[in-house]
Design a protein around this ligand. Structure first.
Ligand code: DOR
Length: 440
């Protein structure tokens, strides 16, 4: 796994005047960092001469955010994003780690392709973990060399962009995954129900005359994989759940103790299928934007713990493609630079709960937390690697696609004023973002 940073001697860092929020709770404290490691957490700390000081007055100092679902597009679609531009967007969004999705060209289904991404990520502005493909070429026919990839540190496997259509193959993948101690991420979409659809199937798709994808296309695969997880004991992580029915299935499975986890994406708790009314492809995404009652169910899942994580599904697309007519444009939206602010603006949750959903809970699912030998999402305490985010929860700002770090511009939130801003991001002791400006 890439460390995302070349360790060397770094100036001492003092983050002063903030409220530290991590999974152990909340306290007013300064944080002192030496050589990439937290050395002191307490009130009234002073730094040595030459130390960099970051003001955190009125801010929360939290573990760095961790995104379970980032499309970095490299190799193959560098016009849309690269590891470099994507990790810069991540850092600006407060993320110190991202899980790179394998639907690149070629896909990340071999040791060589995974090593290549790790090499590209050396010195990047966020740690890059890789999700390996479950099947060769993401074609859903035979299993990728999961053991080889797991030996390189891959902890999450998925054919994201597509679901594994064959129940038999998914069963076998889960059996392997159990032996390897890894998790399978599922993009729940039954092709026999969803094929040809370009938006949610419902009143809006009828009115607009666009072919729809029914909620059931997602829900039958959620139900199927819950059954397979129950049968094998294998861990299934449900990617970007979007329907009330899916949420309900996961809620019941968890009550039964089945080892499934779930993420939801910001666009599924902030936008509905009605946004599509002007045929603007900026609102085309997969799974599609659903109805208000689905949005309410996604929010309820974040409130009651059925959803373990907010994941961006950051899916950059170049203007040449994204500006095609609705039925031809590719699905996907930018997410890294707006996720935290959307959560703060739209969710009736404490900042501590929001950071749990964006940091330590996804870190555990990604296997990047200290309990799994990683350095993401853990408590801010002496000895911890300083992957940190300083959040101003009351600052407001207006989304401007032109000023984003991503190579692409496909945000559906252009012009929206949001509350909550990433002020500083610290990666292994290096302030990669200061006062909302990328430092390199
Ligand atoms: O909207 C989406 N875009 N959904 C996916 O599953 C894939 C992603 C992409 O890679 O563009």
């Amino acid at each position: 796994m890439s460390e995302g940073h070349a360790m060397g001697t770094m100036p001492e860092l003092l983050i002063r005047g903030g409220t530290v929020i991590d999974r152990t709770g909340e306290r007013r404290a300064d944080v002192r960092v030496v050589d990439g490691t937290v050395v002191e957490v307490g009130k009234g700390l002073s730094a040595s001469a030459g130390a960099t000081e970051l003001d955190a007055g009125g801010c929360a100092v939290t573990p760095g955010l961790v995104d379970l679902h980032t499309h970095l597009r490299e190799p193959g679609r560098e016009e849309a994003e690269t590891v470099e531009s994507g990790t810069r967007a991540a850092a600006l969004g407060g993320f110190t780690a991202v899980v790179a999705m394998p639907n690149t060209d070629p896909p990340l289904d071999s040791a060589e392709s995974v090593r290549n991404v790790f090499a590209l990520a050396e010195g990047a502005m966020a740690q890059v973990a890789v999700a390996g493909a479950i099947t060769v070429g993401r074609a859903g026919e035979r299993l990728a060399p999961m053991a080889e990839l797991a030996a390189l540190g891959v902890r999450l496997f998925t054919d994201d962009g597509d679901g594994v259509q064959s129940a038999g193959l998914m069963l076998r993948a889960l059996q392997y995954a159990t032996g390897l101690g890894v998790t399978l991420g599922q993009h729940c979409e039954d092709r026999s129900l969803a094929a040809g659809g370009t938006m949610h199937e419902g009143a809006w798709s009828s009115r607009l005359g666009l072919p729809g994808m029914p909620s059931e296309a997602e829900e039958v695969m959620v139900a199927r994989d819950i059954a397979l997880s129950r049968a094998t004991g294998g861990r299934v992580h449900f990617l970007h759940l979007s329907t009330a029915g899916s949420i309900d299935l996961v809620r019941r499975a968890r009550a039964e103790g089945i080892p499934v986890t779930a993420e939801v994406a910001p666009h599924h708790f902030t936008l509905t299928d009605g946004c599509t009314s002007t045929y603007d492809p900026i609102f085309k995404v997969n799974p599609p934007l659903r109805t208000q009652s689905d949005v309410d169910a996604v929010k309820a899942a974040l409130m009651d713990g059925t959803a373990d994580a907010i994941a961006t599904d950051h899916a950059p697309h170049s203007p040449e493609l994204k500006d095609l007519p609705f039925d031809q444009a590719p699905p996907g939206m930018l997410g890294l630079e707006t996720a935290l602010a959307l959560a703060i603006t739209e969710l009736d949750l404490t900042l501590e709960r929001i950071v749990a959903l964006l940091s330590w809970q996804p870190a555990v699912i990604a296997g990047l937390d200290p309990d799994h030998g990683g350095c993401q999402g853990g408590p801010i305490a002496p000895g911890a690697v300083a992957n940190l985010c300083v959040i101003d929860p009351t600052a407001t700002w207006t989304v401007d696609p032109k000023s984003m770090a991503s190579r692409s511009r496909n945000t559906p939130y252009s012009g929206r004023t949001l509350t909550g801003r990433v002020r500083h991001t610290v990666l292994a002791g290096e302030p990669v973002v200061i006062d909302a400006e990328a430092q390199r």
